[in-house]
Design a protein around this ligand. Sequence first.
Ligand code: GAL
Length: 939
Amino acid sequence: MKILFSRTFLLLFIVLSDLSFAQNKSDRELILIDKDWRFSFGHLYDTQKDFGHATGYFSYLTKTGFGDGPAAKDFDDRAWRKLDLPHDWAVEQPFGESGSFSHGFKAAGKNYPEKSIGWYRKKINVPESDLGKIISIQFDGVFRNSKVFFNGYYLGTTESGYNAFEYDVTAYVNYGGENTIVVRADASMEEGWFYEGAGIYRHVYLKKTNPIHVDQNGTFVTSELINNDATITAAITIKNKGKFKGSIDVVQKILDAQNKQVAISSENILAPEFYKTIDYSSKLRIENPLLWDIDLPNLYQLITEIKKEGKIIDSYKTSFGIRTIKFDSEKGFFLNGKSIKLKGTNNHQDHAGIGTALPDEIQYYRIKKLKEMGSNAYRCSHHPPTPELLKACDELGMLVIDETRLMGINDYHLNDLERMMKRDRNHPSIFCWSVGNEEWNIEGNIVGERITNVMQDFAKTIDPTRPVTVGISSGFKSGISSVVEIMGYNYLGNGDIDAHRNEFKKQPGMGTEEGSTFATRGIYFTDDAKHYQSAYDKKPRPTFYSIEEGWKFYAKRPYLAGMFIWTGFDYRGEPTPYGWPSVTSYFGMMDVCGFPKDNVFYLKSWWGKEPVLHLLPHWNWSGMEGKEITVWAYSNCDEVELFLNKKSLGKKKMEINSHLEWKVSYSPGTLEAIGYKNGKKVLTAVQRTTGKAENIKLKLDKENVLKGNVAVVTVEATDKNGLNVPTANDEITFSIKGGKILGVGNGDPTSLESDQFIDDISLVAIANLKEQKMANAVLSQQLSNFEENEWTEAFKDRDYKKQAPSYIYKGEFELKNNALTNKVSFFYKKIGVETVVFINGNKVEASTDDAQKYILNSNILKQGKNTIHIAATPLQKIKDWDVMNTNPGIIQVITPAEPCKRKLFNGYAQIIIQKEDNTKEVVLSASAKGLKMTTLSLK
Ligand code: GAL
């Protein structure tokens, strides 16, 4: 029997159940394990450079637990780089002409085999008290084709660079001790034609549950609104990975935003059998619920508790919202019964300076920027997003089209679609699933029609509450267009939208892509030699339309639910209409940092609610005196009057969804616009000719960072009056105390400057290892002269039963340089019991923190070939089949990073910083030649 309770009726139960909640901690724990990973590059095809991985006689696929090379539990990774996730190794690389156009020419990926495989290793402790729980490792996404090992055991391969996955490691755990997680990511293949990053660029968690637990993504909350009441269906999947047979209690509670319980249900059911799942659902009622809306994004939490013998064994939280959505083929889209025009943007997931490794704070920053522009919808083009993006959209009120990567009807495609949908279907922000984009091979034909039919019917089996779309670019007539539930028009120029609609009158539609306009922030004259596109909104190509043309088309047609601009932000890759050395796209309404191009003000005027008045271009045109400059005003005022140095250049009437233009003969001074509404002055906008750049200004983008340790700082150059100098391109050097610089950017699509400044770590092998037998077991502390012709290859045909009392080994390593600033260490691996190490004839001492590490001073090193001697008493075999180490270790050379620097681009740059744990104050300093230095202190 299901029990339905209303709020008042349940007071007593609430109190009781809350008490039990406080007394009984459930077995579920989700522990973020982003910190303290070790990283090194492997190699795409040279197994030697891939640390000899998978070269053993028995591979990890032959015998379980046979992960070799770095996949082995005890592999020595001390010389590897230490880092925290999220991490994108592609963004750390320089740019290279042999890099991929679509991936922004970063020197990574297929054409750079030494930068296409990344190895990650992490140690975790699992206490003995966890024995009996189910332990798993959960990845939000790894780019891409990741193989995961745990204590040397191979767990599986996930091809998708976008989907989340988890592995059950319960059987492999060393309870009460150390465990090793290893990930090998292979980013040599591309899944998209846009920048995708490389490595573990999303979060990783250690998850612990009771054997009986809510399955991964095992809840689906839906609601039905009748009058002022919501009936919530809380469907859950329970899994049993244990032997328990019997009944369990399932308690489902709903909490409002203040954590107040507003509904509860409870039922005793039979637990699923060993390794089986059961689906269960309960209905709960909320009176007068607060709806989720784009202006007031109210959220609720479903807490699902499983109790066994009175004890809470699992507690699972699901955030959800209550709202209704509807597409109407005549009237467009409705949210909570209200008609809403979708004012959307398409976006990829990368950001300036940090690539695809976005700290959660940056998700909020970006969604807030889009909302400020008046946008209310976001299309995840063309892949499943990170969960934190959806969380930001839920919390800030942004509608979302969630899109899978590749169309098809087999496991590769449908499994990815299913995983994305199950992970994401509780997000109220998602209003539509997209199962494909511009699949040119199948769009217009019967294959496309069949695949779409399967994919959208399949999608309905996972979520019957939302419709399905596909972005279509060629011929809005046959194939996918004839069957897809919500027609996704990609570009006006690609076909006759009205004609399609007249043929398919019952099919709602929206512009899944529109625009693809080219603009460089702060540039007002196109200069093909410099790869700069002027920022006046213009028709980019013969069959494409300007933003204004596009919006006018969609705004006029109520049957079209709205449009999604290509794109909200510039992104790495697709630097159309140029190629190398342009590395980012020109399509964005904002640049890669989120600095607005002028089009933002067009959209603010007609998408937003606030009065807007914006003038372009800037007014620093020294050398252009007397020449004609086109001045535009973006505004939603009724009329705008323009003045140059107080002289009126005429008042003009604004047409809805338009802009105004004047031709102005340039003279320096003040260009001013006054906006009128109902005949009254409401706004002024000014562009002033500035003086030369004198100061640096650092400004914290406070409003856009909700929480956490990461901050976005805008860097500007100002003149003596504090005005931003819109042409300043000074190079700024940064330093930081109490924190870390995550990345820098400036929105210049042609900038080949570094995004990140990190120490370079190179690992140098010891080559040509030779040995001589020594007569004495007491090791000499000095090197003697050895007979040159007595050296033989080390360990060759070693008879472990008849070893010499000690050996002297000799090897070589090459140093590219011997800079004083380098930090060189020898990470020794035991080839003897007692050991003395000599570098170029000098005895060196082991470091105090690690007896098998030797820090090598530059005064004993040299550029080129160096010699290492190791005197050692031999290791003895205990059993005949013992495999003895014959590798003496590795030389690590750390070349410290240069100071972080970035040029301003047209007056602006951006720096993303992260506070160190346990510091109270972060101080960021910025200096540049000829400008006054400045600091910003954050407490
Ligand atoms: C579209 C495509 C987008 C992007 C854009 C550039 O055809 O769907 O992913 O490539 O063109 O104009």
